[in-house]
Design a protein around this ligand. Structure first.
Ligand code: SAH
Length: 270
């Protein structure tokens, strides 16, 4: 089904949503994999103020950067789903990053969003979105709201989005951003391990932090023919991005989408 190029996927997927995500030069870890080093908590005084981005010229530049991002980082890496590409051309990713990173929002890596968390690399958002295989009207649960960007991409595709974040402060900022931009997304502050029973079953579930095993409650909350896209693996090491599908007979099949490095799936609030 999916075309998979191991070498390329490793290189581009590896910095999906790593906790140390940063826009600075990448360092090399003991695994030899480039992983960025500093966190959002170390952001110093912005060298670019938000006001400097105001005005038509700056907005045009961001819109152009967004189209180039989709062409050069996503379509060029064999993401073919038209709805995914269209949504990512539409959602203003720069609105979901801290002001200091606005001009860097369309670069090919994750960015810090505070609390040691990151907004995922655009390619990873596209890869996971395509793998969810959603149709307008589908009900989708996201675990790991973060900035709200992934939720906005799904909402842009006409999906009914429910998203859970364990860090209250991030959830509040994401909720405000989504509302301000007109995205109708339901947000919840909770440990996403347990899913969102009240709104189950879901046609698709996406997890944007990496647990060391697949949470059974998420499987239980999948609709018949539901898809679960989730990175699974040890904390701080390379994880595997999985796509699971539940068939009508209740059987689960898994597909390996490649190596990734996500922030840990935490079990305690804050
Ligand atoms: N999807 C996000 C990126 C998220 S980074 C975006 O588009 O910006 C992963 C997020 O998962 C972090 O914000 C982290 O706090 C959150 N997270 C980690 N463990 C969690 C859990 N058990 N339940 C809910 N959220 C969790």
């Amino acid at each position: 089904m999916r075309r998979f190029i191991p070498g390329l996927a490793l290189l581009v997927a590896i910095s999906a949503c790593n906790g140390d995500g940063d826009a600075s030069d990448a360092a090399v870890t003991t695994t030899g994999v480039p992983v960025a080093t500093s966190t959002a908590d170390t952001i110093e005084t912005p060298s670019v103020s938000t006001t400097s981005t105001a005005g038509t010229g700056a907005d045009d530049a961001l819109a152009t950067a967004r189209l180039e991002m989709v062409d050069d980082q996503i379509a060029a890496r064999f993401i073919e789903d038209a709805a995914t590409l269209t949504a990512m051309r539409a959602v203003p990713r720069h609105e979901f990053v801290p002001a200091v990173y606005r001009e860097r929002a369309y670069e090919d890596h994750p960015l810090p969003i505070g609390h040691g968390q990151t907004i995922s690399q655009p390619y990873i958002v596209a890869l996971m979105t395509e793998a969810l295989d959603v149709q307008p009207g589908d009900k989708v649960l996201e675990i790991g709201t973060g900035s709200g960007y992934q939720a906005a991409v799904l909402a842009e595709m006409g999906v009914e989005v429910y998203t859970i974040e364990i860090i209250q402060e991030l959830a509040a900022v994401a909720d405000e951003t989504l509302r301000r931009l007109g995205y109708d997304v339901s947000t919840l502050v909770a440990d996403g391990y347990f899913g969102w029973e009240e709104h189950a079953p879901f046609d698709a579930i996406i997890v944007t932090a990496a647990p060391d095993h697949v949470p059974q409650p998420l499987i239980n909350q999948l609709a018949s023919n539901g898809r679960l896209v989730i990175p699974v693996g040890p904390i701080g090491a390379v994880q595997t991005l999985w796509r699971f599908e539940l068939d009508a007979a209740g059987e689960i099949t898994g597909q390996n989408l490649g190596d990734v490095l996500f922030v840990p799936f935490t079990r305690e609030e804050g």
